[in-house]
Write a protein that binds this ligand. Structure first.
Ligand SMILES: [Zn+2]
Length: 224
């Protein structure tokens, strides 16, 4: 009996295993133990130090190595399930942080242009925000913002070119048009680089008297 139980458990384990999205090794968890370790090495020890510079940012990790690969795989190899653990880790770190904001917050993911959303099939920031909000219990407003112009990839542009290409890129979303939020907005994006996107969004929301307290992101390429 024990033997059959053992066999059954072995088959069940095999059946439940899937491939690690980063290295394709079989795993029964989100990432295989090796990739999990590599990802954890990207975590920033004191994310609070980014809060309150030119713009308050709360990043989970450094945009390099395995974390860069994970975000690339999520978006360009269309592996939306990667968003769940990453959003979860960001949420856990947010809860453990020493930031005492003491105000009501509502989480708004940075939107994609509808054309990009159609071709990708999902907005990674929205999936990350969903997981982040499950952990933090903060309310999520998916339709707080709309992206109305398609911007080319920003990474190849200079800071001034980034700003210029983003002018008028966003407008207030239908949810906030219908009802002005009573809480301050906490933006959420996958990557924070120069902050050009965040500042454009802040301008857009401030025009409607909606305050933004900062942005949480999975990764940043900045050092401080
Ligand atoms: Zn792996």
């Amino acid at each position: 009996m024990k033997f059959w139980k053992h066999c059954y458990q072995g088959l069940l384990d095999l059946f439940l295993q899937s491939q690690c999205p980063l290295c394709q090794r079989p795993t029964s968890t989100d990432f295989c133990p090796y990739c999990q370790k590599q990802l954890q090495r990207c975590q920033i020890p004191q994310p609070e130090k980014f809060w309150g510079n030119d713009f308050p940012v709360f990043p989970w990790g450094t945009y390099s190595g395995s974390l860069k690969q994970a975000l690339w795989t999520l978006k360009y190899e269309k592996q939306p399930k990667i968003a769940q653990p990453l959003g979860f880790w960001l949420g856990e770190t947010w809860l453990k942080s020493r930031l005492k904001l003491g105000k009501k917050l509502i989480v708004v993911p940075i939107p994609l242009h509808p054309n990009k959303l159609r071709s990708r099939g999902f907005n990674q920031a929205e999936l990350l925000a969903t997981s982040f909000c499950q952990v933090t219990n903060l309310p999520l407003q998916k339709d707080g913002l709309e992206r109305i112009s398609e911007t080319e990839a920003l990474y190849s542009k200079s800071p001034i070119e980034r700003k210029e290409s983003l002018v008028g890129a966003f407008k207030i979303g239908k949810a906030f048009r219908q009802r002005h939020p009573k809480a301050e907005v906490l933006l959420l994006d996958d990557i924070y680089t120069t902050g050009a996107t965040a500042l454009t969004v802040v301008d857009t929301l401030n025009k409607y008297d909606i305050k933004v307290c900062g942005i949480v992101a999975i990764a940043t390429s900045r050092n401080s």
